[in-house]
Design a protein around this ligand. Sequence first.
Ligand SMILES: NC(=O)c1ccc[n+]([C@@H]2O[C@H](COP(=O)([O-])OP(=O)(O)OC[C@H]3O[C@@H](n4cnc5c(N)ncnc54)[C@H](OP(=O)(O)O)[C@@H]3O)[C@@H](O)[C@H]2O)c1
Length: 370
Amino acid sequence: MVTAAGTIDAASFEVRRDDLRQTRVVHETMDAEAVAAAGKALLAIDHFALTANNITYAAFGDQMSYWNFFPAAEGHGRIPVWGFATVEASGVEGLPVGERIYGYFPMASHLVVEPTRVSERRFVDGAAHRKGLPAVYNSYERVAADPGYRADREAAQMILKPLVLTSFLIADFLQDNGFFGARQVLVVSASSKTSLGLALCLRRLGVPGLSVVGLTSKGNRGFVEGTGLYDQVVTYDAIASLDATVPTAYVDMAGSAELITALHRHFRDNIVYACRVGGTHWQDLAGRLDLPGARPKFFFAPDQIAKRHGDWGPGGLEERFAGAWADILASADRWMTVRQVEGEAAVGAAYRQTLEGAVAPDTGLVLSLR
Ligand SMILES: NC(=O)c1ccc[n+]([C@@H]2O[C@H](COP(=O)([O-])OP(=O)(O)OC[C@H]3O[C@@H](n4cnc5c(N)ncnc54)[C@H](OP(=O)(O)O)[C@@H]3O)[C@@H](O)[C@H]2O)c1
């Protein structure tokens, strides 16, 4: 909101780092002219997506430095999200006011960035506190130069794209390793968007004799079955009904100590690969566990990206992902409905629902604090 000539009332949604249920909205006055005079840019964040992935950023905020992208006052954190913004003020040559930007933002109405390495396609926020953080999060896309951008698909892009690149890479990693000898892949937290993307990517690979089984909670079973993306859907309380003699790999988006333990105790040495990816069940996150079967390993997407850049050469990965992305977009049109949420109170309510796992899996949340 512009309160006086060039002066902006910027709102930021913050959580307590030691208790993610406690939230507040902080207001600060930003002077657009001063931002431009300092050679920086003021981005007005039009909207951003919120899924369990962002809650995982918060749950791992200290361990994995997610709190360091958008610093807040002592004890509080600004959760990173993916979204779209418009340049509202700029002192940066070649980055005009009005330009549309896609990237990593706080849950806020505005962000001041210090663009460096400005090219036709992107720029990098060179703010001192972001140096040393993973480059992928510091890079902002100038959508006018992105051939894949479509204004009417902004919601799908910000909700799904950051998730399903990982889905694509996991499917590729498993295939690249002959599925470690597994004849079935179990996908834990099967109703999550990352899992649905994975199921679709595995299906696209068309591996003969490989079964893809979705594991989910009772309440989400009907939805998961309805997507038609898994060969079989099993609820968490029915893990014991699965044939324990089948060599099995699992991909775990839930991170739950209870579920991981149940899987290893059931399949024992027939767990031939255990791939940990996420923590949707953030209240029950597993640490190191002494269990039968393959030792769980965290999936590290940059390793597979680097390998495929080597194998496929420049543009090879992007070209292959573009095919998967087109299929995921078409598929998501059948199982995801976008819900727009505006204003401080509604954003707070949507955050709490996401935190508690109370957002229906067919919903894609798009929030705005403007
Ligand atoms: N490491 C990486 O590079 C990477 C990349 C992408 C995603 N991920 C991870 O993958 C996971 C899925 O993310 P997403 O954004 O795709 O999720 P999402 O679509 O928002 O997933 C929602 C589902 O997660 C489960 N869930 C959510 N909150 C819960 C809670 N409080 N308690 C119990 N279950 C809860 C429920 O599934 P069920 O009922 O089926 O369990 C729910 O339907 C996240 O942990 C994310 O961090 C990691």
